[in-house]
Write a protein that binds this ligand. Structure first.
Ligand code: 87F
Length: 514
């Protein structure tokens, strides 16, 4: 039956509760919140303006920060010849199954298949070898904003694990180890700030174990996040010191500035942050009404909704309210606040409230006849529904401050949730129960790779009764990082590894993870 001409557009809402059916909840929040559209190639998704605008905010901030460090942007091709990819066999080996290849043009087979970049080390470093001739060419610091393709066969998830994704990859070269190591940590700090200061998501900084580091590099640093709904850890971004491994492979050498003709292999770093960050933000903050966007990255920070207009409202009052709403929008925009007045006349205020809640707009302003009379506006926070009335004369002071408060409150709430789910355990019998209660687990650890393998095995086997994700039955715990901020309590030669009983050398954080 066709809808009646005067029928109200159906209210869209999230029907899967976050606590009960997290995968469906995530899918609904993204699609109904207009961030994402599914695509007919598995593992690929359309980023709509709602999510792309978040990426643009991350880009703008990070780009200006790295430029301040002397990094320049460039763009390298997306194709890698098989010859060059082979060159780097050792490190590509483990990743080889994920490399996508172009083998045909139309119906003609290519003479030589061409790989699509899964990352750009092999694309860029032959040219680093060409461009870096003298120590005067150092440091070389390039970054590119691009997409990469990794043809994964694990269950895909929008933003979190996709076959094509957007990221930035920075690739730098230095004369000395000290300079390289200093940069690794500076970049890691920027990544941590993207999460905390833009996305209002707490992360833990640390170093990857030998097992989990980028195999081609010297050491890997990481920001690790936490998804409360699943109790899993998630890698936020990584900053690698590659050491001299790649410069030896690609012949990136300079003459020793100190002496006669000695060749020095340059010290290199690479670092990357991807659109996965958007997925983490959605998973951490979203609720059963939809997206909850942190103000600094929200496409719209404030929506102004005209309220209280009925059939009895006079034309004059209607005009006052609608003009008032447009005036507020204009004033906020002038302040640099991303505001939008919702003057659509075919929707009720209640419908609009739900619609903007679904899209996660951090702050709603309600403006009706009573507000007009009292020269005020009602503010309603998306994160918790807290309301307050603000005199129109104080908008300029209040709204930007309120947006900052919302950011801080969102971060504090997420941080509390994270902190209560990082538990310290010193006995093995407490390890799996802690994991099963959706915790990340820090243990005194011996640092041995075999022990790490064993932890993964033991924590998978023991978890027999709980199968939360059918595609990941009894997932074992991996090491997430060795946190830079180490808890106290490791006494050399005394404290034992919580898994194997050998001498512990540090606290290591383990968890089921994405
Ligand atoms: C998949 C296929 C082929 C990850 C891959 O983290 C190669 C790779 O090298 C691969 N998946 N990696 C490691 C990427 C290391 C590094 N590259 C620059 C980063 C940040 C940016």
């Amino acid at each position: 039956m066709p809808p009646k001409a005067d029928s109200k557009p159906a209210l869209i809402s999230i029907t899967a509760p976050k606590e009960e059916d997290f995968p469906s909840w995530y899918q609904q929040v993204l699609t109904k919140g207009e961030m994402l559209e599914y695509y007919d190639v598995s593992g690929c998704y359309i980023m709509k303006p709602g999510s792309y605008s978040v990426w643009e905010k991350i880009q703008a901030w990070f780009d200006s920060e790295i430029k301040a460090l002397g990094v320049q942007n460039a763009y390298f091709p997306m194709f890698v010849s098989s010859r060059v990819l082979e060159k780097e066999k050792d490190h590509v080996e483990g990743f080889a199954p994920e490399v996508a290849w172009v083998t045909k043009a139309g119906t003609t087979d290519l003479e030589e298949p061409i790989a699509i970049r899964p990352t750009s080390e092999t694309v860029m470093y032959p040219y680093y070898a060409k461009w870096i001739r003298s120590h005067r060419d150092l440091p070389l610091k390039l970054n590119q904003w691009n997409s990469v393709v990794r043809w994964e066969f694990k269950h895909p998830q929008p933003f979190i694990r996709t076959r094509e994704f957007l990221w930035q990859e920075g690739h730098t070269a230095f004369l000395t180890r000290e300079e390289a190591e200093e940069e690794v940590l500076k970049i890691l700090d920027l990544y941590s700030k993207v999460y905390s200061d833009l996305l209002a998501v707490p992360v833990i900084k640390g170093r990857k174990t030998e097992k989990e580091k980028f195999a081609g590099g010297f050491f890997t640093t990481t920001t690790e996040g936490y998804i409360p709904a699943t109790g899993r850890g998630i890698q936020g971004a990584t900053s690698h010191c590659l050491g001299q491994n790649f410069s030896k492979m690609f012949g990136i050498v300079v003459e020793d500035p100190k002496s006669t003709g000695d060749k020095i292999n340059v010290w290199q770093n690479s670092w990357g942050l991807s659109t996965r960050a958007i997925g983490v933000m959605v998973m951490v903050h979203g609720d059963n009404k939809g997206l909850v966007l942190p103000p600094r990255v929200a496409q719209y920070q404030v929506v102004i909704v005209p309220c209280g207009l009925t059939v009895k409202t006079t034309e004059e009052d209607k005009a006052n309210i609608n003009n008032g709403v447009l005036d507020i929008e204009a004033e906020l925009k002038k302040l640099g606040v991303r505001a939008i007045a919702d003057t659509r006349d075919n929707y009720s205020p209640g419908w609009k409230f739900s619609d903007w809640e679904l899209r996660g707009v951090p702050l709603r302003l309600e403006y009706g006849p009573m507000d007009f009379k009292k020269k005020q506006v009602m503010t309603v926070r998306r994160m918790d529904g807290v309301k307050a009335s603000v005199p129109l004369s104080e908008l300029a002071e209040t709204i930007p401050k309120l947006l900052d408060t919302i950011h801080n409150d969102m971060f504090a709430r997420a941080k509390k949730e994270f902190d209560t789910h990082v538990v310290r355990v010193t006995k093995w019998e407490d390890f799996v129960p802690a994991l099963n209660s959706k915790n990340l687990v820090q243990i005194p650890w011996c640092g041995r790779m075999e022990c790490e393998d064993e932890i993964k095995d033991k924590s998978a086997r023991q978890d027999t009764d709980e199968v939360e994700d059918e595609r990941a039955p009894s997932m074992g715990a991996k090491s997430l990082c060795i946190p830079f901020e180490q808890p106290e309590g490791i006494v050399k030669g005394e404290t034992k590894c919580a898994s194997c009983g050998m001498d512990a050398i540090q606290w290591c954080m383990f968890g089921r993870s994405y």
